[in-house]
Design a protein around this ligand. Sequence first.
Ligand SMILES: Cc1ncc(COP(=O)(O)O)c(C=O)c1O
Length: 368
Amino acid sequence: MKSRLTCNETLALTAERTGTPAYIYDLSILRQQLAAFRDAFEVPRFSLLFATMANPSPQILDLLAIEQGGACVNSILHLDLSLAAGISTDKIQFTASGLSVDQMRRLITAGIFVNLDSRRQVSQWLTLGGGPFGVRLNAGALIEKPGDRLGFDQAEFDALRNDVSGSLLAGLHVYVGTNFLDARDMFPTLRSFFRLAAGLPHLQYVNIGGGVGVDYNNVGSGFDINAFGSEVSQLHRQLSPETMLFFEPGRGLAASSGVFLSRVTDIKRLQGTTFVACDASIAIFPRPLHHPESLHRVRALRDGGDQTDVVVVGRTTFSRDILARCKLPMNVEIGDLLAFENAGAYCNSMASHFLGQPAPADFYFPIE
Ligand SMILES: Cc1ncc(COP(=O)(O)O)c(C=O)c1O
């Protein structure tokens, strides 16, 4: 199916309606991604949870609910948004760190499954009357390499198993990392994770987090979701077929369903570089600030001739307000529209009040 996000005319007409800056989404793409991700796995009990931190917009959560998908949430706000969209409690997992007593009470009352981050969190949960829970395992510790700040290492996990009865430990969770472009780079951690899970016959579920990457620069062949699903399905065969597999992709599911549109407001030469300013900023399109190593592809919606290297910047005073390093037509003009691709995840959800920029418009093409 031809995406409405790749049709420059459609996008330009949409920008006339919404104004700029604007996030434009195509829900058909998200639905296709959901189907492709599900089809990649062959596991008797499987549940796809969308990682809402990537994009908690009501339209996306509504689609998820219609498609019988679930949600991985890490805040009460995202939990409430997911419930309001009609996602059922058995399809929601709360996976965060450092939960406060208030948060735990709310989750216990609402009957939401949690994946806890430390022994103290487990003890607090049980003191408050929480029932069976999952724990987060640290990805680095599983392969004896330095890891991120999340989860248990082997020593803490062994100590936990002495602290609590096996029947309370309902699930294991691992967050391997994010934006892997090659599924094979995730396999050592996942193999170790499943090996450990296979030694715990009481487990009701395993949850393998996200990590599916997006080829922002369009340099490779993209993440092979089928190879990933096939390996994970194979690993799952070490467990009882009753053990539910949760998979929580964020970026890989939603990024390709959105573009960010902005209009050129200035063009200047400075010390041999062409800077193209537009009516946006890293405050409302923040990924380039957090990940300058994987900038979005940008295209001008008006046909141009020869292209030249430019730096696309925001309309603010912040010297690091750099949105893209790309090629644009040499005859780029003030007023031209620029489309930043793969903007459906970790873009609008990371926007802030910094630099006083007005909130961008939001527009959704419905399912075709
Ligand atoms: C617990 C958990 N699961 C899943 C994800 C989604 O990761 P990704 O966007 O790499 O798929 C995240 C992202 O932070 C996460 O923290």
